[in-house]
Structures are given as C-alpha cells and as structure tokens.
Design a protein around this ligand. Sequence first.
Ligand code: ATP
Length: 210
Amino acid sequence: MEEQKQSSETPAKKIIGLTGGIGSGKTTVAEFIEEEGFPVYYSDVHAKEIVNDDADLKQHIKNLLGNDAYDENGFYDRKFVAGIVFDNEELLLKLNSLIHPAVKTDFENWLERQQTEFIFKETALLFELKLNESCYRSVLVTADDNVRIKRVMDRDGKTYREIESIMNRQMPEKDKIKLADFVIFNNEGLDELKSATEKMIVQLNAVSEK
Ligand code: ATP
C-alpha cells in the first residue's frame, strides 16, 4: 500500500474509506467518528449538491438522460433519474462515470481544508468503484440482512421487497468482508455500535504507529 507523503509541519493525511450496504449503519458510524473529532466526507450528500451546482456536470447529465433529468426549477429530478437507470445498468454506469469524477474533485478540495491525520470518506460504493485502492485503510459496517431490512423499513417506510431488491443489486457482504481492513458488525444496539467504532479508531492508531 502506498503511504502518503509526510510534511515536516503537519502529519500526513490518511484517508479511511468507510462503507456498508443499505441500512448497515455506516452513517451512524460516521456520526460517531465525527464525535471522536475526525472529519467525515459524506460522498452521497456532496454528490446530491454537485448534480445541482456544477454547470458542466448538469449539461453532461442532460446530454445523457435528456432535459427531464432536471425539473422546471432546474433541480436534479432524482425520482425520474432513478426510474430510467434502475433497469439499465449501462446507463447507470455512464451516469456514475459523469458524477464520480466531479465528486472526486470536490473531495480533493475538501481534503485540503482538513487538519487531522485521519480523514474518513463515507461512500456506499467504496469497493465497487475500487476507491479503497486510494485509501490508507477501509472500514466496512455490516449487519445481517434481516436486521438491515427492518431498520430501513422503520427509517424510510420502504417495503421488504423494495429493500431486498436494492440489496440484491449491491456487492455481496461476504465479498466486502474479504476486502475490508476493519469490519464492524452492527447486529446489536447503538451503544455496542459506538464501542465498536471507538475500538476501530484505537486499532487504526495502533496500525498507524507501527
Ligand atoms: P443507507 O445506505 O441506507 O443510507 P446506512 O448504512 O447509512 O444506510 P444508517 O442510516 O446509519 O445506515 O442506519 C440505518 C437505520 O438504522 C437508521 O435509522 C439508524 O438510526 C438505525 N440504526 C443503525 N444502527 C443501529 C443500531 N445498532 N441499533 C438501532 N438502530 C440502528
């Protein structure tokens, strides 16, 4: 793994990729990490802003999906886009290949403003897009399928079948577990999840000091 360069004044920034499938609890873990004093870049939140704010990207998306990708007020129409890419993997890939470079640039600009040694990047597609390869370490949050489904049903009001169908399109948990440096199992309560997050940070520090 390539180590990042160290300057004499500031510690080298170490990017930790944080991921997990739908309802795994990765955002909850990200919030605990922030409480521990580390910055977290929420890729999906930034992507949602970028599709509205970046004029070039907006034009490219319209060229790919048509003007209806944006509503009459000029805002990205998430429902419309989801509807046309849902069953069209090729189109989804093309859309991702437009959005991800813009998110990457945004992340790099954000990263320059951060001061801590460890910096976390929360992203659902860490392994799928091989973003882990440019991270110092990766952290996977996972839980049993039925636990994740129940939590998302409670959170979003989606049906069992809808969530299962999203899950079936994501990379299988067993494959992600093999790729991750740290795995947080989130089948228990929030206290246990917080302890597991703190333990992961201790382990990260231990690895980093070697
Ligand atoms: P998504 O990818 O769908 O956005 P996520 O991986 O970011 O999901 P969260 O939003 O953190 O997952 O968690 C899903 C839901 O489950 C949330 O409502 C969260 O509060 C709840 N939750 C997460 N972990 C636990 C836990 N250990 N105990 C109880 N509720 C939990």
